[in-house]
Design a protein around this ligand. Structure first.
Ligand code: HEM
Length: 141
Protein backbone atom coordinates (compact mmCIF):
# COMPACT_ATOMS: atom_id res chain seq x y z
CA UNK A 1 0.00 0.00 0.00
CA UNK A 2 1.28 3.46 -0.80
CA UNK A 3 0.81 6.60 1.29
CA UNK A 4 -2.12 7.91 -0.76
CA UNK A 5 -3.95 4.58 -0.43
CA UNK A 6 -3.41 4.65 3.33
CA UNK A 7 -4.90 8.14 3.44
CA UNK A 8 -7.89 7.03 1.34
CA UNK A 9 -8.58 4.17 3.76
CA UNK A 10 -8.18 6.39 6.83
CA UNK A 11 -10.30 9.25 5.47
CA UNK A 12 -13.07 6.94 4.27
CA UNK A 13 -13.12 5.03 7.57
CA UNK A 14 -13.47 8.35 9.41
CA UNK A 15 -16.66 8.97 7.42
CA UNK A 16 -18.12 5.66 8.61
CA UNK A 17 -17.09 6.22 12.26
CA UNK A 18 -20.21 8.27 13.16
CA UNK A 19 -22.41 5.37 11.97
CA UNK A 20 -20.16 2.59 13.22
CA UNK A 21 -22.93 0.78 15.13
CA UNK A 22 -25.17 0.66 12.05
CA UNK A 23 -22.20 -0.25 9.87
CA UNK A 24 -21.47 -3.21 12.14
CA UNK A 25 -25.11 -4.32 11.98
CA UNK A 26 -24.99 -4.10 8.18
CA UNK A 27 -21.70 -6.01 8.13
CA UNK A 28 -22.88 -8.97 10.22
CA UNK A 29 -26.24 -9.13 8.44
CA UNK A 30 -24.39 -9.29 5.14
CA UNK A 31 -21.86 -11.84 6.45
CA UNK A 32 -24.60 -14.16 7.76
CA UNK A 33 -26.52 -13.80 4.51
CA UNK A 34 -23.58 -14.78 2.27
CA UNK A 35 -22.14 -17.33 4.72
CA UNK A 36 -24.99 -18.65 6.93
CA UNK A 37 -22.78 -21.39 8.37
CA UNK A 38 -20.59 -18.92 10.28
CA UNK A 39 -23.54 -17.48 12.27
CA UNK A 40 -23.37 -20.31 14.82
CA UNK A 41 -19.75 -19.39 15.61
CA UNK A 42 -20.79 -16.02 17.02
CA UNK A 43 -22.55 -15.23 20.31
CA UNK A 44 -26.33 -14.82 20.19
CA UNK A 45 -26.06 -11.26 21.51
CA UNK A 46 -23.87 -9.40 19.05
CA UNK A 47 -23.86 -6.04 20.86
CA UNK A 48 -20.37 -6.39 22.33
CA UNK A 49 -19.07 -8.13 19.23
CA UNK A 50 -20.08 -5.18 17.05
CA UNK A 51 -18.19 -2.78 19.32
CA UNK A 52 -15.09 -4.98 19.40
CA UNK A 53 -15.01 -5.32 15.62
CA UNK A 54 -15.32 -1.59 14.96
CA UNK A 55 -12.82 -0.75 17.72
CA UNK A 56 -10.26 -3.16 16.29
CA UNK A 57 -10.81 -1.91 12.76
CA UNK A 58 -10.21 1.63 13.98
CA UNK A 59 -6.92 0.60 15.57
CA UNK A 60 -5.76 -1.22 12.43
CA UNK A 61 -6.83 1.60 10.10
CA UNK A 62 -5.04 4.19 12.24
CA UNK A 63 -2.01 1.91 12.39
CA UNK A 64 -1.65 1.49 8.62
CA UNK A 65 0.95 4.25 8.43
CA UNK A 66 3.01 2.45 11.09
CA UNK A 67 2.18 -1.16 10.38
CA UNK A 68 4.94 -2.58 12.58
CA UNK A 69 3.13 -1.20 15.61
CA UNK A 70 -0.10 -3.13 14.93
CA UNK A 71 1.29 -6.40 13.59
CA UNK A 72 1.83 -8.05 17.01
CA UNK A 73 -1.81 -7.36 17.92
CA UNK A 74 -2.96 -8.60 14.48
CA UNK A 75 -0.97 -11.79 14.98
CA UNK A 76 -2.50 -12.41 18.40
CA UNK A 77 -5.98 -11.64 17.00
CA UNK A 78 -5.42 -14.15 14.17
CA UNK A 79 -4.32 -16.86 16.61
CA UNK A 80 -7.38 -16.28 18.84
CA UNK A 81 -9.51 -16.71 15.72
CA UNK A 82 -8.29 -20.28 15.28
CA UNK A 83 -10.07 -21.17 18.52
CA UNK A 84 -13.20 -19.34 17.31
CA UNK A 85 -13.26 -21.80 14.40
CA UNK A 86 -12.12 -19.34 11.72
CA UNK A 87 -10.53 -20.98 8.67
CA UNK A 88 -8.33 -19.34 6.03
CA UNK A 89 -11.16 -19.56 3.48
CA UNK A 90 -13.40 -17.45 5.75
CA UNK A 91 -11.11 -14.42 5.38
CA UNK A 92 -12.11 -13.52 1.80
CA UNK A 93 -15.79 -13.94 2.77
CA UNK A 94 -15.37 -11.54 5.69
CA UNK A 95 -13.44 -9.17 3.42
CA UNK A 96 -16.25 -9.23 0.85
CA UNK A 97 -18.83 -8.40 3.53
CA UNK A 98 -16.61 -5.59 4.86
CA UNK A 99 -16.15 -3.99 1.44
CA UNK A 100 -19.86 -4.34 0.71
CA UNK A 101 -20.63 -2.57 4.02
CA UNK A 102 -18.24 0.27 3.25
CA UNK A 103 -19.76 0.68 -0.19
CA UNK A 104 -23.25 0.98 1.36
CA UNK A 105 -22.05 3.28 4.14
CA UNK A 106 -20.01 5.61 1.94
CA UNK A 107 -22.35 5.95 -1.02
CA UNK A 108 -20.81 8.35 -3.57
CA UNK A 109 -17.59 8.50 -1.56
CA UNK A 110 -17.00 4.82 -2.47
CA UNK A 111 -14.91 5.57 -5.56
CA UNK A 112 -12.83 3.03 -7.51
CA UNK A 113 -9.70 4.44 -5.84
CA UNK A 114 -11.21 3.99 -2.38
CA UNK A 115 -12.31 0.46 -3.30
CA UNK A 116 -8.80 -0.41 -4.52
CA UNK A 117 -7.22 1.03 -1.39
CA UNK A 118 -9.54 -1.02 0.88
CA UNK A 119 -8.94 -4.15 -1.19
CA UNK A 120 -5.20 -3.65 -0.72
CA UNK A 121 -5.58 -2.93 3.02
CA UNK A 122 -7.75 -5.97 3.70
CA UNK A 123 -5.52 -8.14 1.52
CA UNK A 124 -2.44 -7.10 3.47
CA UNK A 125 -4.08 -7.60 6.86
CA UNK A 126 -5.81 -10.88 6.08
CA UNK A 127 -2.73 -12.30 4.32
CA UNK A 128 -0.67 -11.54 7.39
CA UNK A 129 -3.28 -12.94 9.79
CA UNK A 130 -3.64 -16.15 7.76
CA UNK A 131 0.11 -16.74 7.64
CA UNK A 132 0.47 -16.02 11.38
CA UNK A 133 -2.39 -18.35 12.34
CA UNK A 134 -2.08 -21.17 9.81
CA UNK A 135 1.34 -20.76 8.17
CA UNK A 136 3.14 -23.29 10.36
CA UNK A 137 0.22 -25.72 10.28
CA UNK A 138 0.19 -25.69 6.49
CA UNK A 139 3.96 -26.08 6.33
CA UNK A 140 3.79 -29.02 8.72
CA UNK A 141 1.18 -30.89 6.70
C1 HEM B 1 -9.34 -8.91 9.43
C2 HEM B 1 -10.31 -9.71 9.78
C3 HEM B 1 -10.97 -9.78 11.14
C4 HEM B 1 -11.00 -8.88 12.17
C5 HEM B 1 -10.38 -7.48 12.23
C6 HEM B 1 -11.76 -9.49 13.25
C7 HEM B 1 -12.00 -8.90 14.50
C8 HEM B 1 -12.56 -9.56 15.56
C9 HEM B 1 -12.58 -9.07 16.93
C10 HEM B 1 -11.96 -7.75 17.39
C11 HEM B 1 -13.21 -9.98 17.70
C12 HEM B 1 -13.44 -9.88 19.22
C13 HEM B 1 -12.68 -10.95 19.99
C14 HEM B 1 -11.16 -10.82 19.97
O1 HEM B 1 -10.62 -9.71 19.96
O2 HEM B 1 -10.50 -11.88 19.97
C15 HEM B 1 -13.62 -11.05 16.82
C16 HEM B 1 -14.33 -12.17 17.21
C17 HEM B 1 -14.76 -13.16 16.35
N1 HEM B 1 -14.44 -13.29 15.04
FE1 HEM B 1 -13.34 -12.02 13.94
N2 HEM B 1 -12.19 -10.73 12.84
C18 HEM B 1 -11.73 -10.93 11.57
C19 HEM B 1 -11.94 -12.06 10.80
C20 HEM B 1 -12.75 -13.11 11.15
C21 HEM B 1 -13.01 -14.27 10.31
C22 HEM B 1 -12.40 -14.51 8.92
C23 HEM B 1 -13.87 -15.07 10.98
C24 HEM B 1 -14.43 -16.37 10.47
C25 HEM B 1 -15.71 -16.64 10.40
C26 HEM B 1 -14.16 -14.42 12.26
C27 HEM B 1 -14.96 -14.92 13.27
C28 HEM B 1 -15.04 -14.43 14.55
C29 HEM B 1 -15.82 -15.05 15.63
C30 HEM B 1 -16.65 -16.33 15.51
C31 HEM B 1 -15.66 -14.24 16.76
C32 HEM B 1 -16.38 -14.37 18.11
C33 HEM B 1 -15.86 -15.29 19.06
C34 HEM B 1 -16.63 -15.30 20.36
O3 HEM B 1 -16.86 -14.24 20.94
O4 HEM B 1 -17.01 -16.37 20.74
N3 HEM B 1 -13.46 -13.24 12.32
N4 HEM B 1 -13.21 -10.77 15.55
Amino acid sequence: MNASQIKLVQDSFAKVAPISEQAAVLFYNRLFEVAPSVKAMFPADMTEQRKKLMGTLAIVVNGLSNLGAVLPAASALAKRHVSYGAKPEHYPVVGGALLWTLEKGLGDAWTPEVANAWTAAYGTLSGYMISEAYGDVQAAE
